[in-house]
Design a protein around this ligand. Structure first.
Ligand SMILES: C[S@@+](CC[C@H](N)C(=O)[O-])C[C@H]1O[C@@H](n2cnc3c(N)ncnc32)[C@H](O)[C@@H]1O
Length: 731
């Protein structure tokens, strides 16, 4: 684990004091501790955190392995409410120590169901500095695979309870330019279903202007803007693609291939993404720019170039001083001097672009991959780059990381450029020929996906009602799509293959509130009149409620309806809450509540229709796929027998139950009742996690079958009946 170029380059940058260098390098070569965050709604998180503190830490406190004491997990000191943990044990210990094995399987199951997020400690920082509130409009520009997106979504959902999901007035768009990786975001978000969530698949550096109707208010105190209906964001995360040398402890392969020209090459894209974010930010809004790179060319140089790209007559953006935030986080300030290398041999001879450019024959200057903004600008001392945060591995046993928080000043407080220019050095900032400058977006420029792809006019909403949305009629409202793009259906559930093959999502069609299928669904599931019938969408070319129904909030609906979903490359929005369930022969299909949809629709469930049961009933439901109604003890037996076939909700109330672990909050789960039996409608993994949490072991049928398979015992029960969320078989 050595790379001479790495050593030479970072020694030349003086990012680490000489007397810390060895410690720094030693840390980089040591394995990274395992870190995780207790996720989900705050209430659920506190309960689960309590279980770690009260059950697992004491259990692991005296653990020994091969005669040596193994340290128990400890809380990451700077993470709010002690909800993030780290432990440092080898895989061998995890596999072989009985105590750690138990802890490990707890982690695995809770991670599967989204209650725990295995995430690098430093990667938890950007969302904390972004301080998202439920009314915020938020975009995560480079979001995949989505660990920070999950944190942002949790913050948007700060008002969720342990049993039900709130409908925040704001929204979160998670975007990634890589289609496959963007799919990971959909998977990730299924763990925290949200009516306020959207996933797009665009190049963040040319993210299109989105429109939304003026009259949608997300914050009671702030007046909706009358002049513009461009969707501006209150919070933007730019966790940009980077060379990643801060992850050397985890990705040891980087030792071999590291070379500084990678950072030089990414610098331009990083600036363009940040600049695009600056154009999309609301006054008073915050942008967090972050990388897992130590390289100043990808960090301070990007911030400096973006700050200096103010093309208007006022200084709109400033770096926020966050030195008082997260006081237990040991950090180092951003730097103001650095010397980029101009080639792979770590040639750091040129202390400025000027000296470098002059060393080249004129004909070669345009060919060079280096640009002026790779070097510190002449006004570097006015930019407060020391307000950036550098996190080094040896400071708190983490990965390496960089964070900068930028704020957009409101118009009336923005500093005139003339005033600030007085503070700047005399020489001009740019001495690079126009063509060699990193292309800085002009105020008026409309970014385009490519010249033919995104036309801003097409993204503009009609201005014909206070909401800019045509009045709701009985006609279905499909998110606008180009007139020629009527999709030819070729495949899969939520997929279409359009003629040009460019984008393969089904249309997003909002049902009219009086849609007969929607009304029948509401009746079957006994939803109250509060159910937001205007915000239900379906995903099929006919726009009919043939299968799943999705729920969005008002803002997501407005954005979907006022922007062309194909140009927005919208991959998903809102959350799936119910699905049509084929019933047995001769019976009509019925709607049923999905496991992940229950917390979202729970506020609209008629309380009288929710059954109550004991934990012993839950035990049976976990142990058996299809327990017979007649097999339950009273009073649940009579209650379930009296119900019609179809979808139901059962509540297991807070309390202690004999020697079983107590429930610290009510537990609500969806059931499906057939003629004579009943099934718990949550997926296998969720069942296992629940079982482990409540009974200290996995008592589910799936676990038993897996164990039987392993030991090849004869007589395993048939495995043809499954009660997973999507594939239940009704007798
Ligand atoms: C550092 S990773 C993001 C990690 C993510 N924020 C998380 O916490 O899980 C950078 C991401 O940027 C994406 N990316 C690269 N170029 C992009 C671009 N031009 N626009 C948007 N995303 C881009 C990559 O696909 C990658 O998923």
């Amino acid at each position: 684990m050595h790379n001479e170029r790495f050593t030479a380059y970072y020694k030349a940058q003086h990012i680490i004091p000489d007397d810390e260098w060895d410690h720094f390098m030693e840390s980089l070569r040591s394995p990274l501790p395992t870190t995780f965050r207790v996720a989900g709604s705050r209430e659920t998180a506190r309960v689960l955190n309590g279980a770690i503190e009260e059950t697992y830490v004491p259990l692991l406190s005296n653990a020994e392995f091969e005669g040596e004491r193994v340290p128990p997990p400890s809380q990451i000191p700077w993470y709010p409410e002690g909800l993030a943990w780290q432990f440092n044990v080898s895989k061998k210990v995890l596999r072989k120590s009985t105590e750690f094995k138990k802890f490990h399987s707890f982690l695995v199951f809770e991670t599967e169901v989204g209650n725990i997020s295995r995430q690098e400690a430093v990667s938890m920082l950007p969302p904390l500095f972004l301080d998202v509130q439920p009314h915020h409009k938020v975009i995560d520009m480079c979001a995949a695979p989505g660990s920070k997106t999950a944190q942002l979504l949790e913050a948007l959902h700060a008002q969720d309870t342990a049993t039900s999901t709130s409908t925040p007035p704001g929204l979160l768009i998670a975007n990634d330019s890589d289609g496959k990786r963007a799919h990971l975001l959909i998977h990730q978000s299924a763990r925290l279903p949200s009516p306020a969530f959207m996933v797009t698949n665009l190049d963040a550096s040319i993210y299109p202007i989105l429109r939304f109707p003026n009259a949608i208010k997300t914050e009671p105190r702030r007046q909706a803007k009358k002049t513009s209906n461009q969707l501006l964001f209150d919070r933007i995360l730019c966790d940009v693609p980077c060379s990643g040398d801060g992850t050397l402890r985890k990705n040891v392969g980087i030792w071999k291939r590291w070379q500084p020209m990678d950072g030089n090459g990414l610098h331009g894209l990083q600036i363009r993404i940040l600049q695009r974010a600056m154009r999309m930010l609301e006054d008073d809004g915050l942008i967090v720019y972050s990388t897992c790179s130590l390289n100043p060319v990808e960090n301070e140089a990007v911030i400096a170039a973006a700050l200096n790209s103010n093309t208007g007559d006022r200084v709109e953006f400033e770096l926020v001083d966050v030195s008082e935030q997260l006081p237990e986080l040991t950090r180092r300030p951003g730097i103001t001097t650095w010397i980029p290398t101009v080639d792979r041999s770590i040639n750091t001879t040129f202390s400025s672009w000027d000296t470098f450019a002059q060393s080249l024959p004129e004909s070669k200057r345009l060919e060079s991959k280096m640009v002026e903004s790779h070097w510190p600008p002449s006004n570097v001392d006015t930019l407060h780059l020391s307000r950036c945060l550098r996190i080094y591995p040896h400071l708190q046993d983490t990965g390496g990381f960089f964070v900068a928080v930028l704020k957009k000043r409101p118009r009336d407080t923005a500093v005139s450029l003339h005033a600030s220019a007085k503070r700047e050095a005399d020489e001009p900032v740019n001495i690079l020929p126009e063509t060699k400058k990193v292309k800085l977006e002009s105020e008026e420029a409309t970014p385009a996906q490519n010249s033919s792809d995104v036309n801003d006019d097409e993204m503009t909403a009609p201005v014909d009602t206070p909401l800019n949305v045509p009045p709701v009629s009985n006609e279905r409202r499909v998110a606008p799509a180009p007139p020629t793009s009527k999709p030819k259906l070729v495949g899969g559930k939520d997929k279409i293959t359009p003629a040009d093959g460019s984008f393969k999502e089904m249309p997003y069609t909002f049902l009219p509130p009086d849609d007969p299928a929607l009304q029948s669904c509401i009746e079957q599931l006994s939803f109250t009149t509060e159910f937001p019938t205007s915000n239900v969408l379906v995903r099929n070319p006919e726009g009919e409620a043939v299968r799943s129904l999705y729920l969005t909030n008002d803002l997501v609906k407005a954005v979907v309806q006022n922007n062309d979903y194909t140009r927005m490359r919208l991959m998903t929005c809102g959350t799936k809450v119910v699905t049509k369930q084929e019933a047995g022969k001769g019976m009509d299909a019925q709607f049923r509540i999905l496991g992940e949809g229950l917390p979202v629709v729970l506020p609209y469930a008629n309380p009288e229709k929710i059954m109550t049961a004991e934990v012993t009933t839950l035990k049976i439901l976990l142990e058996t796929y299809y327990p017979l109604c007649a097999g339950f003890a009273e009073p649940f037996r009579s209650a379930i027998e009296a119900r019609n076939t179809g979808s139901h909700i059962v509540r297991f109330p807070t309390g202690s139950f004999g020697d079983l672990i107590c429930l610290s909050h009510d537990l609500l789960l969806p059931l499906w009742k057939s003629n004579v039996s009943v099934t718990l409608m949550i997926d296998k993994k969720a069942k296992s996690a629940l079982s482990l949490r409540l009974f200290g072991e996995d008592i589910t049928t799936a676990a038993r079958e897996a164990a039987q398979k392993k030991t090849s015992l004869p007589g395993a029960p048939p495995t043809d009946i499954r009660a997973g969320d999507e594939d239940v078989v009704i007798e």
